[in-house]
Design a binder for this molecule. Structure first.
Ligand code: MLT
Length: 257
């Protein structure tokens, strides 16, 4: 695979330990906005848009998780950051795991939020290719229609999330869908991760089951689970303070290591 990184758009707040917040599919860095007032006086927050989303370039082709990880390392190099804590939401968790596998020495700690280490089942993979094909025909609203009711239990957030999905570009959605479909299983090397890792899981997540989060925690050497009752797939929006507290547990351990 050719790993030609792109320059990501990002926002930055605060000082201290660098923490990179990697958003999930099909969003951009603004999903982390409720985290900013809580965390900006405690850490250096770096909020990129992944390729294909928000203000970042939207290249042609497939976006493998390993390539998205390369975009993140390119950003770290540019900012002269040697090691950082990675916070990855869902697809951002897949990117964080791909990053950790490729660059273990550059990761100080991890927060995997509403994410998983398993690869797609053949059915799930097939579904993603079908969705990609449908987007080509009918546009981005296909993703809004399929996902929006599964994202959260909070009716007030549904319309905000829908608007955000409708702003994305079809090419970016297709690149990321195919990239997720191709991703490798990380379960077989998860026990190699030696940095503090919190797994944050909403008990009402309709997209990623609690069992997947529990499996990750069992395999992680220094992993623990933070379960959020009545929270769906978007903990940073549905329970920002609890989500931030879980991230701060990682920061505390990194600071005292
Ligand atoms: C996400 O929120 O990033 C996606 O739902 C992840 C996925 O489709 O596997």
């Amino acid at each position: 695979m050719e790993l030609n990184p792109v320059q990501l758009f990002f926002e930055e707040y605060g000082e201290g330990i660098p923490v990179i917040f990697i958003h999930g599919f099909p969003f951009d860095h603004t999903i982390w906005n409720p985290m900013v007032p809580i965390l900006k006086d405690k850490v250096r927050m770096i909020l990129p848009d992944m390729r294909g989303f928000g203000g970042s370039p939207v290249p042609d082709g497939v976006y493998p998780m390993r390539l998205m990880a390369e975009d993140v390392v390119f950003l770290l190099n540019q900012l002269k950051i040697d090691r950082a804590v990675l916070v990855g939401h869902s697809m951002g968790g897949y990117v964080s795991l791909a990053f950790t596998h490729a660059y273990p020495n550059r990761v100080a700690g991890l927060a995997l939020c509403s994410s998983q280490a398993a690869a797609d089942s053949p059915e799930k993979r097939q579904g993603r290719y079908q969705t990609a094909e449908e987007i080509t025909r009918r546009g981005t609203r296909v993703v809004a229609e399929k996902m929006v009711t599964k994202l959260t239990n909070d009716p007030e957030l549904v319309s905000q999330l829908e608007q955000s999905i409708l702003k994305t570009q079809a090419k970016g959605l297709i690149g990321a869908l195919k990239g997720m479909a191709e991703r490798q299983d990380a379960l077989n090397w998860l026990s190699d991760i030696s940095v503090p890792t919190v797994v944050i899981a909403g008990e009402a997540d309709a997209l990623i089951s609690m069992e997947r989060s529990q499996t990750m925690v069992q395999l992680l050497g220094k992993g623990w689970l933070v379960k959020l009752p009545e929270v769906g797939h978007m903990p940073m929006l549905e329970a920002p303070q609890q989500c931030a507290d879980a991230i701060l547990q990682v920061i505390d351990l990194v600071e005292t290591a």
